[in-house]
Design a protein around this ligand. Structure first.
Ligand code: HEC
Ligand code: HEC
Length: 254
């Protein structure tokens, strides 16, 4: 009886010993498992260094977001390129509306950050190809007045949209930045998918915005700072006037 009991404890010890060995071996193997996903490209690695130094305090090391900044998962290359090329990011004060400033990074660095974020936080609208020359001015004016002028003003000189938010002047925006803003919708601006505004409509909007920027001050008209209401009123008058001119010009051509 005692012999049986003795062999039983020996078996139990052996099971324990081998079990322990197996557990340790498993642990060691587990720690040498391959890293998830593929290795970063050189460009993505450069973007990672810039991201970790300039963005991760607010957006999190894995772009998961924090109390000081939203998650960047699914935000998309258009948003990242727009925020960096307009100098809106990196933000100084997380509570303030981001504003246009000289960009902190050069185009190569921006492309690197975009590539890195695309790798770790994929999804969202890509950077659109915008070709203003392929757009039609009257169509651009019409689409702009229907979808954009309510916030940015008919003359695209900007306006307050309430809640302390400003829809800025569009005179500093490039065609690419106009396309990016339309597709991802910065801040309180709505986003417009291709089902809402086709690529051709986007070309036309860009053409119209660049056109009023270049032609809006013709004739030496200087507004001066006359206050938001008066400026808004003047913008509407100028915008409608321009629209009429555009319709006239293009109408007489065809
Ligand atoms: C001080 C905190 C802070 C830092 C640093 C910062 N951000 Fe942001 N970021 C924010 C906040 C807050 C918002 C939301 C702003 C808003 O829309 O009002 C934001 C918005 C964004 C958005 C738009 C997200 C969306 O859904 O519209 C992108 C893209 C972005 N940040 C990228 C970056 C990148 C890239 C960097 C580094 C170069 C960076 N940010 C640095 C706080 C920060
Ligand atoms: C509901 C109001 C609203 C509407 C409608 C709207 N926007 Fe905006 N837009 C904004 C606000 C607010 C911002 C600033 C976002 C921020 O950075 O916080 C903005 C920013 C932009 C910018 C960036 C300007 C810069 O600094 O370069 C562009 C370009 C733009 N809008 C174009 C458009 C176009 C084109 C349309 C129409 C298809 C449109 N917006 C419709 C509110 C609006």
């Amino acid at each position: 009886m005692s012999a049986v009991a003795g062999s039983e404890t020996a078996v139990r010890r052996r099971i324990l010993r081998y079990g322990l060995l197996l557990a340790v071996a498993g642990q060691i193997l587990w720690s040498f498992r391959p890293a998830p996903g593929r290795a970063l490209t050189a460009q993505e690695a450069a973007g990672r260094a810039l991201y970790e130094a300039n963005c991760s305090t607010c957006h999190g090391l894995q772009a998961e977001g924090s109390g000081s900044g939203p998650s960047l998962h699914g935000v998309g290359p258009a948003a990242v390129d727009f925020m960096l090329s307009t100098g809106r990011m990196p933000l100084a004060d997380p509570a303030a509306q981001p504003i246009r400033q000289p960009p902190r990074f050069d185009p190569q660095e921006i492309a690197a950050i975009v590539a890195y974020l695309t790798a770790i936080a994929p999804g969202g609208p890509g950077i659109p190809e915008v070709d203003p020359q392929a757009g039609a001015l009257p169509r651009g004016a019409q689409v702009f007045l229907n979808n954009c002028s309510g916030c940015h003003g008919a003359g695209a000189i900007g306006d307050s949209v309430g809640g302390g938010q400003i829809a800025p002047s569009l005179y500093a925006s490039s065609a690419r930045q106009i396309g990016e803003a339309v597709r991802f919708g910065p801040g309180v601006m709505p986003k417009f998918a291709t089902a809402d505004l086709s690529e051709q409509d986007l070309n036309s909007i860009a053409r119209y915005v660049l056109w009023i920027r270049d032609h809006g001050d013709r004739g030496g008209l200087q507004l001066g700072r006359v206050g938001a209401v008066a400026e808004g009123f003047v913008a509407v008058v100028i915008g409608l006037g321009l629209l009429l001119v555009v319709i006239r010009l293009t109408g007489s051509k065809t």
